[in-house]
Design a protein around this ligand. Structure first.
Ligand code: MBD
Ligand code: FE
Length: 285
């Protein structure tokens, strides 16, 4: 008798894939400062605030040891991208994008993969023939803050499937599933057919899930669609779109929802849900 292999997504599996993806694609982004003064000031401030919390809450030696053990395990499971993007990135995004006049940005998260299928303005994302989930069309226009349509802008899009899993980070999902790089038409317009994604739950079997459970928090992000919108001469917009009435909208574990980023899907002519969203880009400074 043979037993079919069971392919269950694990925290260590998605974590190590996220760590690999970060090293390959994002590790070199931007230039870290080599300004000794800035490093000194920031590192000293962060450490000082940790010291303060320890004093204020009278951390015990067993607790210090537990924290040390947990930090080691986060690395072993490859969960640093997940931990940082869920609990820290939203503040970096807020600081960096505060001056934008166009569409609101939000966090990129750990599951972006570059180099996906290049698709025309009206398209269907790569998906399985039996892909679960309600069909959904995202259409709209990319414009500059002054209203100029940005023909040929690209909408790099990625979303979780109906089980809340991302291709590239869970077993048994084909590479590139529900991912694509869409080139808008001459007027900046696009119409992308996909599915309604499910909410995302942080894996319970990993270190991040363990912390969340131990603290009595919930581990959910509301259903969302990720996009990275770019056009030459404009600041790339990394954001996410959510769904009106969606579960966890008001308690996103990653604190990455914004009222301006909520879609109001409506039934289209053929009964398929359509959501319209126009992306407005700021010029490069
Ligand atoms: C996600 O799908 C996500 O978008 C973020 C930011 C963190 C964890 C999972
Ligand atoms: Fe996501």
């Amino acid at each position: 008798m043979t037993t079919a292999p069971i392919h269950i997504p694990t925290a260590a599996g998605s974590g190590s894939a996220a760590t690999d993806a970060f090293r390959e694609n994002r590790g070199q982004r931007g230039a870290a400062t080599t300004d000794q003064q800035r490093i000194d000031t920031f590192a000293r401030d962060v450490l000082g605030r940790i010291h303060e919390a320890i004093r204020e809450h009278h951390l015990t030696y067993p607790e210090y040891t537990a924290v040390k053990k947990w930090l080691i395990e986060v690395g072993e499971n490859g969960e640093w991208p997940l931990f940082l993007d869920v609990f820290v990135e939203h503040v970096v995004e807020d600081v960096v994008n505060s001056g934008r006049r166009g569409s609101k940005g939000t966090i990129e998260g750990p599951y972006y993969l570059p180099g996906q299928a290049e698709l025309p303005a009206t398209c269907t994302l790569p998906m399985r023939s039996d892909e679960k989930g309600d069909p959904l069309v995202l259409d709209g226009q990319v414009r500059a803050v002054d209203g100029t349509p940005l023909g040929g802008a690209t909408v790099d899009i990625w979303l979780a499937d109906d089980d809340g899993y991302y291709s590239g980070f869970a077993p048994d999902i084909p590479a590139g599933n529900l991912r694509g790089v869409v080139t808008a038409d001459g007027e900046g317009r696009f119409a992308i057919r996909a599915i309604q994604p499910a909410p995302y739950e942080i894996p319970k079997d990993g270190s991040v899930g363990q912390l969340i459970a131990a603290a009595g928090w919930h581990a959910w992000r509301p259903a969302h669609i990720h996009v990275m919108v770019s056009a030459p001469g404009y600041r790339t917009l990394t954001t996410q779109l959510y769904f009106r009435g969606g579960e966890w909208l008001d308690s996103d574990v990653a604190q990455a929802t914004k009222p301006e980023l909520i879609l109001d899907p409506r039934p289209g002519a053929d009964g398929v849900l359509v959501s319209t969203y126009d992306f407005v880009l700021d010029p490069e400074q």
